[in-house]
Design a binder for this molecule. Structure first.
Ligand SMILES: Cc1cc2nc3c(=O)[nH]c(=O)nc-3n(C[C@H](O)[C@H](O)[C@H](O)COP(=O)(O)O)c2cc1C
Length: 329
């Protein structure tokens, strides 16, 4: 369950899901019960939007490692201010993650994933493009990873042994030499594993570069394969990735090559939730078109949910579909 925000003061849009109160967690209980009944593991991904978020109160500054603000946020809310996080701010946000994790586990969740990719708060600590601190929280890859490593260690300490903690890590933010690159994460991956993570899921892109990755699927897959192949050497825990795969056949080939231990599907599974059976039967009538309009729905104020162009259960309202198509021309 993606993007459960730990901090109510910042969102991706005005409606985003937060997990900061027992009442919210209780509402999730039936889902965890069902997942146990079906023997399908269901995890909660905990998130802080950082400099890619929008403050819920216009006067409140965004919390950031070094004071940057994402251009996507600037475009939406030009008056947004940023604050360089103090040591106290950092520990406070780590505490918010711990609180949300406890609520999720109390509701029956048995897997917590930390969102440390895609330009959000923890990812912005990891990247040299957005973290130029010279204290214990910046300056080298391992110091930039301190936020993440401390968080994983603390989660491991407070959560029951049968709850897995995994991390989604951004291996390339698409900014070239100035940004995050797989080579910078060589020491970070084993540190995250030693802190107690049981798997690492890799992804690429930040708000400024998502469209570049979405529009070149072959390059994206190649980039992720290469990164995971490189980083897997440094840790015994499973490492995998999500990004631009559309079929089981593609995924099998990657797993068999040994480049990754697991593969994720986002858009292909939204286009056809029965993707596995459809692919096994050799006929998938609901192939994802790859336009990533569903990703735009996440932030679009007119959208009341994420839609799809090919899945009849989630058809996008015509007006919104037209708006997206026209903006692409
Ligand atoms: C509609 C939609 C919602 C997404 N929500 C999340 C999320 O909550 N957390 C996350 O880490 N990634 C999220 N992503 C990113 C996906 O996990 C994935 O990295 C990206 O879509 C590329 O993979 P794909 O080609 O299989 O779609 C989302 C993507 C889409 C399209």
């Amino acid at each position: 369950m993606g993007n459960s925000s730990v901090d109510t003061s910042v969102g991706y849009n005005q409606r985003g899901h937060t997990l900061v109160a027992s009442g919210q967690a209780e509402k999730l209980s039936p889902l965890f019960e069902l997942s146990r009944h079906l023997n399908v593991p269901l995890g909660v991904q905990l998130q802080h939007y950082g400099a890619q978020g929008i403050p819920r109160s216009p006067e409140a500054p965004l919390l950031t490692p070094s004071g940057h603000i994402s251009s996507s946020t600037r475009r939406r809310v030009p008056q947004t201010q940023a604050r360089i996080m103090s040591e106290g701010d950092i520990w406070h946000i780590i505490d918010l993650f711990l609180t949300s994790a406890r609520y999720a586990v109390g509701a029956g969740c048995r897997l917590i994933q930390i969102q440390a990719s895609n330009g959000y708060l923890i990812s912005s600590f990891l990247s040299p493009a957005t973290n130029i601190r010279d204290d214990e929280w910046g300056g080298t890859p391992l110091r930039r990873a301190r936020f993440l490593v401390e968080l994983v260690r603390k989660l491991r300490r407070v959560l029951p042994d049968d709850v897995d903690v995994t991390v989604r890590i951004g291996v390339d933010d698409g900014l070239g030499e100035d940004g995050q690159l797989p080579e910078l994460l060589g020491d970070v991956v084993p540190a995250v594993a030693e802190a107690g993570a049981s798997a690492i899921a890799c992804s690429v892109g930040i708000a400024e570069t998502f469209s570049k990755f979405f529009s070149s699927p072959d390059d994206t897959i190649a980039c992720l394969r290469k990164a995971v192949r490189l980083l897997k050497r440094n840790t015994p825990i499973p490492m995998g990735f999500t990004g631009s795969l559309t079929s089981l056949l593609q995924a099998e080939a990657i797993l068999e090559s040994g480049d990754a231990d697991f593969i994720g599907f986002a858009r292909a599974a939204l286009a056809n939730p029965n993707l596995v059976n459809a692919d096994l039967s050799g006929f998938n009538p609901q192939q994802c078109k790859g336009d990533a309009f569903c990703f735009r729905d996440k932030r679009e104020e007119q959208a009341t949910r994420v839609y799809c162009c090919v899945n009849p259960s989630y058809r996008r309202p015509e007006q919104l579909q037209r708006k997206y198509e026209e903006s692409r021309q």
